[in-house]
Design a protein around this ligand. Sequence first.
Ligand code: VGL
Ligand code: ZN
Length: 247
Amino acid sequence: MMTMTMLRNAPQRRHFLQAAAALGAAAIAPPLLAADAKKISPSAQAALIVVDVQNCFVDGGTLPVKGGADVVPVINALAPKFQNIIVTQDWHTPGHTSFASAHNGTKPFDSVKLNYGNQVLWPDHCVQGTDDAALHKDLKLPTAQLIIRKGYNKGVDSYSAFQEADRKTVTGLAGYLKARGIKTVYVTGLATDFCVAWTALDARAAGFNVYVIEDATRAIDLNGSLAKAWQQMQAKGVKRIQSADVA
Ligand code: VGL
Ligand code: ZN
Protein backbone atom coordinates (compact mmCIF):
# COMPACT_ATOMS: atom_id res chain seq x y z
CA MET A 1 0.00 0.00 0.00
CA MET A 2 1.54 3.31 -1.13
CA THR A 3 1.62 6.09 1.49
CA MET A 4 2.07 9.81 0.80
CA THR A 5 5.53 9.70 2.40
CA MET A 6 6.69 6.89 0.11
CA LEU A 7 5.31 8.71 -2.88
CA ARG A 8 7.12 11.85 -1.87
CA ASN A 9 10.37 9.98 -1.20
CA ALA A 10 10.33 7.84 -4.29
CA PRO A 11 11.73 10.41 -6.70
CA GLN A 12 14.45 11.36 -4.22
CA ARG A 13 15.45 7.75 -3.75
CA ARG A 14 15.57 7.17 -7.49
CA HIS A 15 17.71 10.26 -7.82
CA PHE A 16 20.11 8.96 -5.15
CA LEU A 17 20.47 5.59 -6.88
CA GLN A 18 21.12 7.22 -10.21
CA ALA A 19 23.73 9.49 -8.67
CA ALA A 20 25.41 6.55 -6.93
CA ALA A 21 25.43 4.55 -10.14
CA ALA A 22 26.90 7.47 -12.02
CA LEU A 23 29.54 7.96 -9.35
CA GLY A 24 30.36 4.26 -9.34
CA ALA A 25 30.66 4.22 -13.08
CA ALA A 26 32.85 7.29 -13.13
CA ALA A 27 34.96 6.24 -10.18
CA ILE A 28 35.58 2.59 -11.07
CA ALA A 29 34.46 1.21 -14.39
CA PRO A 30 35.66 3.67 -17.07
CA PRO A 31 39.31 3.97 -15.96
CA LEU A 32 39.66 0.17 -15.88
CA LEU A 33 37.96 -0.20 -19.25
CA ALA A 34 40.00 2.62 -20.77
CA ALA A 35 43.27 1.16 -19.53
CA ASP A 36 42.44 -2.27 -20.95
CA ALA A 37 41.08 -0.98 -24.23
CA LYS A 38 44.19 1.11 -24.86
CA LYS A 39 46.61 -1.82 -24.60
CA ILE A 40 47.61 -3.52 -27.79
CA SER A 41 48.83 -7.11 -27.72
CA PRO A 42 51.08 -7.99 -30.65
CA SER A 43 49.87 -11.23 -32.22
CA ALA A 44 51.87 -14.03 -33.81
CA GLN A 45 51.42 -12.12 -37.09
CA ALA A 46 53.20 -9.03 -35.73
CA ALA A 47 56.88 -8.13 -35.82
CA LEU A 48 58.96 -5.64 -33.88
CA ILE A 49 61.40 -3.82 -36.17
CA VAL A 50 64.41 -2.35 -34.35
CA VAL A 51 65.99 0.22 -36.64
CA ASP A 52 69.68 1.13 -36.48
CA VAL A 53 70.35 0.99 -32.74
CA GLN A 54 74.07 1.14 -33.44
CA ASN A 55 77.10 2.81 -31.88
CA CYS A 56 77.24 5.34 -34.73
CA PHE A 57 73.91 6.82 -33.63
CA VAL A 58 74.60 7.24 -29.89
CA ASP A 59 76.99 9.48 -27.95
CA GLY A 60 80.56 8.60 -28.88
CA GLY A 61 79.48 7.55 -32.37
CA THR A 62 80.00 9.28 -35.69
CA LEU A 63 76.41 10.56 -36.14
CA PRO A 64 75.01 10.74 -32.60
CA VAL A 65 71.27 11.21 -32.23
CA LYS A 66 70.31 13.22 -29.14
CA GLY A 67 69.26 10.75 -26.43
CA GLY A 68 69.79 7.86 -28.84
CA ALA A 69 70.89 5.40 -26.15
CA ASP A 70 67.67 6.04 -24.21
CA VAL A 71 65.78 3.81 -26.61
CA VAL A 72 67.77 0.75 -25.55
CA PRO A 73 65.97 -0.04 -22.25
CA VAL A 74 62.60 0.76 -23.85
CA ILE A 75 63.23 -1.65 -26.72
CA ASN A 76 64.64 -4.32 -24.38
CA ALA A 77 61.39 -4.16 -22.37
CA LEU A 78 59.24 -4.39 -25.50
CA ALA A 79 61.10 -7.36 -26.98
CA PRO A 80 59.56 -10.14 -24.81
CA LYS A 81 56.10 -9.04 -26.00
CA PHE A 82 56.91 -10.01 -29.59
CA GLN A 83 57.20 -13.40 -31.22
CA ASN A 84 58.96 -11.88 -34.22
CA ILE A 85 61.81 -9.39 -34.12
CA ILE A 86 63.75 -7.90 -37.02
CA VAL A 87 66.84 -5.76 -36.50
CA THR A 88 68.33 -3.36 -39.05
CA GLN A 89 71.84 -1.99 -39.40
CA ASP A 90 72.96 1.02 -41.40
CA TRP A 91 75.89 -0.57 -43.24
CA HIS A 92 77.76 1.77 -45.55
CA THR A 93 80.77 1.23 -47.75
CA PRO A 94 83.77 3.48 -47.16
CA GLY A 95 83.31 6.59 -49.32
CA HIS A 96 79.55 6.07 -49.46
CA THR A 97 77.59 8.63 -51.51
CA SER A 98 75.65 9.74 -48.40
CA PHE A 99 78.89 10.99 -46.84
CA ALA A 100 79.75 14.68 -47.24
CA SER A 101 83.38 13.56 -47.57
CA ALA A 102 82.47 11.96 -50.90
CA HIS A 103 81.38 15.27 -52.44
CA ASN A 104 83.78 18.15 -53.00
CA GLY A 105 82.79 21.48 -51.49
CA THR A 106 80.14 20.07 -49.15
CA LYS A 107 79.90 19.60 -45.43
CA PRO A 108 77.79 17.33 -43.22
CA PHE A 109 74.08 18.22 -43.08
CA ASP A 110 74.18 19.96 -46.48
CA SER A 111 71.71 18.69 -49.07
CA VAL A 112 72.67 17.82 -52.64
CA LYS A 113 70.85 16.49 -55.66
CA LEU A 114 72.04 13.05 -56.72
CA ASN A 115 70.83 11.03 -59.71
CA TYR A 116 68.04 9.48 -57.60
CA GLY A 117 66.92 12.71 -55.89
CA ASN A 118 67.75 14.89 -52.91
CA GLN A 119 70.26 13.53 -50.45
CA VAL A 120 71.20 14.92 -47.06
CA LEU A 121 74.95 14.54 -46.61
CA TRP A 122 76.14 13.05 -43.36
CA PRO A 123 79.42 12.65 -41.54
CA ASP A 124 81.11 9.35 -42.42
CA HIS A 125 79.15 6.84 -40.32
CA CYS A 126 78.28 3.17 -39.85
CA VAL A 127 81.02 1.84 -42.10
CA GLN A 128 80.75 -1.92 -42.67
CA GLY A 129 82.62 -4.03 -40.14
CA THR A 130 83.65 -1.16 -37.83
CA ASP A 131 82.83 -0.93 -34.11
CA ASP A 132 80.90 2.22 -34.99
CA ALA A 133 78.51 0.11 -37.09
CA ALA A 134 78.03 -2.58 -34.42
CA LEU A 135 74.70 -2.89 -32.60
CA HIS A 136 74.59 -1.12 -29.22
CA LYS A 137 76.13 -3.46 -26.66
CA ASP A 138 73.22 -3.15 -24.21
CA LEU A 139 70.58 -4.08 -26.75
CA LYS A 140 69.14 -7.39 -25.56
CA LEU A 141 67.28 -9.11 -28.36
CA PRO A 142 68.17 -12.79 -27.99
CA THR A 143 65.09 -13.90 -29.94
CA ALA A 144 65.63 -11.60 -32.97
CA GLN A 145 65.35 -13.63 -36.15
CA LEU A 146 66.76 -11.43 -38.90
CA ILE A 147 69.31 -8.68 -39.19
CA ILE A 148 68.82 -6.68 -42.34
CA ARG A 149 71.65 -4.45 -43.51
CA LYS A 150 71.04 -1.47 -45.72
CA GLY A 151 72.94 1.32 -47.41
CA TYR A 152 75.61 -1.10 -48.66
CA ASN A 153 75.39 0.03 -52.28
CA LYS A 154 78.06 2.72 -52.53
CA GLY A 155 76.05 4.98 -54.85
CA VAL A 156 72.61 4.75 -53.19
CA ASP A 157 71.52 5.56 -49.65
CA SER A 158 68.84 3.54 -47.87
CA TYR A 159 67.04 5.03 -44.89
CA SER A 160 64.25 2.51 -45.31
CA ALA A 161 64.62 -1.13 -44.35
CA PHE A 162 62.42 -2.00 -47.34
CA GLN A 163 63.65 0.03 -50.29
CA GLU A 164 66.73 2.04 -51.20
CA ALA A 165 66.63 5.77 -51.93
CA ASP A 166 66.39 5.16 -55.69
CA ARG A 167 62.87 3.88 -54.80
CA LYS A 168 63.51 0.83 -56.99
CA THR A 169 66.04 -1.44 -55.32
CA VAL A 170 64.37 -3.53 -52.63
CA THR A 171 66.05 -5.10 -49.63
CA GLY A 172 63.78 -8.16 -49.61
CA LEU A 173 62.25 -7.36 -46.21
CA ALA A 174 58.66 -7.08 -47.51
CA GLY A 175 58.94 -10.48 -49.16
CA TYR A 176 60.47 -12.01 -46.04
CA LEU A 177 57.72 -10.66 -43.78
CA LYS A 178 54.96 -11.69 -46.17
CA ALA A 179 56.40 -15.17 -46.62
CA ARG A 180 56.25 -15.53 -42.85
CA GLY A 181 52.63 -14.34 -42.61
CA ILE A 182 53.45 -11.08 -40.81
CA LYS A 183 50.67 -8.51 -41.17
CA THR A 184 51.61 -5.82 -38.64
CA VAL A 185 54.91 -4.16 -37.81
CA TYR A 186 55.90 -2.05 -34.82
CA VAL A 187 58.79 0.24 -35.71
CA THR A 188 61.30 1.47 -33.11
CA GLY A 189 64.87 2.77 -33.07
CA LEU A 190 66.89 5.55 -34.70
CA ALA A 191 66.25 8.01 -36.07
CA THR A 192 62.53 8.81 -35.87
CA ASP A 193 62.63 11.30 -38.77
CA PHE A 194 64.91 9.33 -41.11
CA CYS A 195 65.30 5.56 -40.99
CA VAL A 196 62.30 4.94 -38.70
CA ALA A 197 59.93 7.16 -40.72
CA TRP A 198 61.04 5.84 -44.11
CA THR A 199 60.77 2.27 -42.86
CA ALA A 200 57.27 2.93 -41.48
CA LEU A 201 56.11 4.63 -44.70
CA ASP A 202 57.46 1.85 -46.90
CA ALA A 203 55.88 -0.76 -44.63
CA ARG A 204 52.52 0.97 -45.17
CA ALA A 205 53.12 1.14 -48.92
CA ALA A 206 53.82 -2.60 -48.87
CA GLY A 207 50.45 -3.19 -47.19
CA PHE A 208 51.36 -3.76 -43.55
CA ASN A 209 49.58 -2.32 -40.53
CA VAL A 210 52.16 -0.04 -38.99
CA TYR A 211 52.72 1.33 -35.52
CA VAL A 212 55.60 3.59 -34.54
CA ILE A 213 56.36 3.38 -30.83
CA GLU A 214 57.34 6.98 -30.22
CA ASP A 215 59.21 6.67 -26.93
CA ALA A 216 61.26 3.83 -28.43
CA THR A 217 62.65 6.29 -31.00
CA ARG A 218 64.77 9.46 -30.97
CA ALA A 219 65.09 12.03 -33.74
CA ILE A 220 67.80 13.97 -35.57
CA ASP A 221 65.34 16.85 -36.29
CA LEU A 222 67.09 18.67 -39.10
CA ASN A 223 65.21 21.76 -40.43
CA GLY A 224 61.83 20.58 -39.15
CA SER A 225 62.29 17.01 -40.34
CA LEU A 226 60.67 15.50 -37.25
CA ALA A 227 57.33 17.35 -37.54
CA LYS A 228 57.30 16.66 -41.28
CA ALA A 229 57.96 12.96 -40.73
CA TRP A 230 55.05 12.63 -38.27
CA GLN A 231 52.76 14.50 -40.69
CA GLN A 232 53.68 12.17 -43.53
CA MET A 233 53.32 9.07 -41.38
CA GLN A 234 49.97 10.19 -40.01
CA ALA A 235 48.71 11.00 -43.53
CA LYS A 236 49.51 7.43 -44.59
CA GLY A 237 47.85 5.78 -41.61
CA VAL A 238 50.90 4.97 -39.52
CA LYS A 239 49.72 4.75 -35.91
CA ARG A 240 51.69 6.69 -33.29
CA ILE A 241 51.75 4.92 -29.94
CA GLN A 242 53.82 4.71 -26.75
CA SER A 243 55.56 1.68 -25.30
CA ALA A 244 53.09 1.71 -22.38
CA ASP A 245 50.29 1.02 -24.90
CA VAL A 246 51.78 -2.38 -25.73
CA ALA A 247 50.73 -5.25 -23.48
C1 VGL B 1 70.14 7.37 -40.52
C2 VGL B 1 71.04 9.29 -41.36
C3 VGL B 1 71.95 8.58 -42.09
C4 VGL B 1 69.13 6.75 -39.62
C5 VGL B 1 71.03 6.63 -41.25
O1 VGL B 1 69.36 5.61 -39.15
O2 VGL B 1 68.09 7.40 -39.35
N1 VGL B 1 70.13 8.70 -40.59
N2 VGL B 1 71.94 7.25 -42.03
ZN1 ZN C 1 73.41 6.15 -43.04
